[in-house]
Design a protein around this ligand. Structure first.
Ligand SMILES: Cc1cc2nc3c(=O)[nH]c(=O)nc-3n(C[C@H](O)[C@H](O)[C@H](O)COP(=O)(O)O)c2cc1C
Length: 167
């Protein structure tokens, strides 16, 4: 699919079919993550594609308000940062690197016909404990992943002139 078609068509998906995601698709998502750019090419990151039902049940408890969304999805994506030097610009290397890499995963999911919903409403420490990850790993994003059971309408965006300035 053309890149801008992916961008136009993608929606956050919050309802999922009880259908497994094929292994080759999970592998493609891992490649999209692995090949993303990162500050100084540091690659201070880990991606977990959680299919294990017991672990998914634990992850559901780690959300602040939306356990149902995670309960339906056959896969939960968890992205974690490893200790990394901060960037000169003052932004968090982990936050920026993982946002880029997870965006690659999100768009590859769209290309593969899979739904995805970025989630910021989770308790990072509880997610870390649920997966028994080492204390130095910092959870940046989680997302349900699977075949969509809904087709949401596009959500509104600000007009180009409100957000893009040509100087
Ligand atoms: C950083 C980030 C955090 C988000 N957290 C949540 C969340 O916790 N729960 C949720 O339902 N959607 C969450 N979303 C999805 C946004 O609500 C969604 O992207 C936005 O409403 C635009 O809709 P669209 O993705 O379908 O275009 C998050 C999106 C981003 C980028």
């Amino acid at each position: 699919m053309d890149f801008m078609d992916l961008v136009h068509n993608r929606r956050s998906i919050r309802r999922y079919l009880p259908r497994e995601v094929e292994d080759w698709k999970l592998k493609a998502l891992g490649e999209a993550f692995r090949l993303a750019p990162s500050a100084r090419n540091g690659q201070h990151w880990k991606l977990y594609l959680v299919r294990n039902p017991e672990l998914r049940a634990k992850l559901r408890q780690a959300t602040t308000s939306q356990p149902d969304m995670l309960a339906q999805a056959p896969v939960i994506v968890v992205a974690a940062g490893l200790p990394a030097p901060e960037m000169a610009c003052g932004q968090s290397t982990n936050t920026v690197d993982l946002a880029i890499a997870c965006s690659f995963v999100m768009l590859e999911a769209e290309e593969l016909g899979l739904g995805f919903c970025w989630m910021g409403s989770f308790y990072a420490e509880e997610v870390r404990q649920a997966l028994n990850l080492p204390p130095e790993q910092r959870i940046v994003a989680i997302a349900p992943l699977g075949y969509a059971a809904e087709q949401p309408e596009p959500r509104s965006r600000l007009a180009a002139e409100d957000v893009v300035t040509y100087l």
